[in-house]
Design a protein. Structure first.
Length: 250
C-alpha cells in the first residue's frame, strides 16, 4: 500500500515537472516514447539506386549532417551535385556554398541541375560560410545545403594574419562550434546539411591507416552518414576515356 502511495506521489511530481517544462519550452519538449508515433525518415535520393538501397532510408536522411570525403578527383562534388538535381526534381530548394570558389555551373547543368533555381554563395572565410549556412537552414525554406569544402573553410584570423603565423586548432574549433549550433537547427527544419571533405595524411604513422579528414573530429561525431568515395577505374570507349568507375563506402 505504501509503495502504491509512493508511486502515485512520484507520478504526480513528474506530471507537475512536465507541465512546467512545457510552459517554459513548448509542448513535446519531454515526452514518453510511446506517446509519439515513430515516422519513417524522409530522404533525398542520391541519384544512384544502389547507393539509395545501401543507405537504408532511400537516400540522404533529411534533417541530418552528411559528410562526403575522399581523395582529389574522386567524384565528391559530382555526387553532391546529383543530390541537388534530386532535390529540385522533388520541388525543393538547394543551396551550394562554394568555399573553394570552383563551382562549374555548366557541369552542374549537364548533371540535371536547374541553375536558375540554385542558390550559390562564395564566402570570403569560414565564419561567413557557416553563418550563411545557419541563416539558410534557419529559414526553413531550404531542403539541402552543401558546403564545398571543409578544408576551404579558413578561419578569418588566419586569412588576416601573416603567411607564416601558427594557428593551431583554429579550424577544428570553428567546425566544432558551428556544428553544435547547426545540428539542432537542421533537426527542427528538416534540412540536410552536406559537407564535402578532403583527405590528408597523418605524419609519422607507421601502422594503421595514415589517412584522415580535415576539420578535426567534430564532423565525424555529428555526421549521421559518412561516405568514403574512391575512383577505382576508367570507363573507356575504345581508347577514349568517357567516365570513371567509383566505389562508395558507407
Amino acid at each position: 500500500m505504501m509503495r502504491d502511495k509512493e508511486k502515485a506521489a512520484k507520478l504526480k511530481a513528474l506530471e507537475l515537472t512536465l507541465d512546467k517544462l512545457e510552459k517554459s519550452y513548448g509542448k513535446g519538449v519531454v515526452m514518453k516514447l510511446g506517446d509519439k508515433v515513430v515516422e519513417d525518415i524522409d530522404s533525398i535520393p542520391t541519384g544512384s539506386v544502389g547507393l539509395d538501397t545501401v543507405l537504408g532510408v532511400g537516400g540522404y536522411p533529411r534533417g541530418r549532417v552528411v559528410e562526403i570525403y575522399g581523395p582529389e578527383s574522386s567524384g565528391k562534388t559530382t555526387l553532391s551535385i546529383h543530390a541537388i538535381a534530386e532535390v529540385q526534381k522533388q520541388g525543393g530548394i538547394a543551396a551550394f556554398i562554394d568555399a573553394e570558389h570552383a563551382f562549374d555551373s555548366s557541369y552542374a547543368a549537364n548533371l540535371g541541375v536547374n541553375i536558375d533555381d540554385l542558390l550559390i554563395s562564395q564566402p570570403d572565410n569560414g565564419e561567413q560560410a557557416l553563418e550563411i549556412a545557419d541563416h539558410l537552414i534557419s529559414s526553413g525554406a531550404v531542403d539541402l545545403v552543401i558546403i564545398d569544402s571543409v578544408a576551404a573553410l579558413t578561419p578569418k584570423s588566419e586569412i588576416e594574419g601573416e603567411m607564416g603565423d601558427s594557428k593551431m586548432g583554429l579550424h577544428a574549433r570553428l567546425m566544432s562550434q558551428a556544428l553544435r549550433k547547426l545540428t539542432a537547427t537542421i533537426n527542427k527544419t528538416g534540412c540536410t546539411l552536406m559537407f564535402i571533405n578532403q583527405l590528408r595524411m597523418k605524419i609519422g604513422v607507421m601502422f594503421g591507416n595514415p589517412e584522415t579528414t580535415t576539420g578535426g573530429n567534430a564532423l565525424k561525431f555529428y555526421s549521421s552518414v559518412r561516405l568514403d568515395i574512391r575512383r577505382i577505374g576508367a570507363i573507356k570507349n575504345g581508347e577514349d576515356i568517357i567516365g570513371n568507375r567509383t566505389r562508395v563506402k558507407v
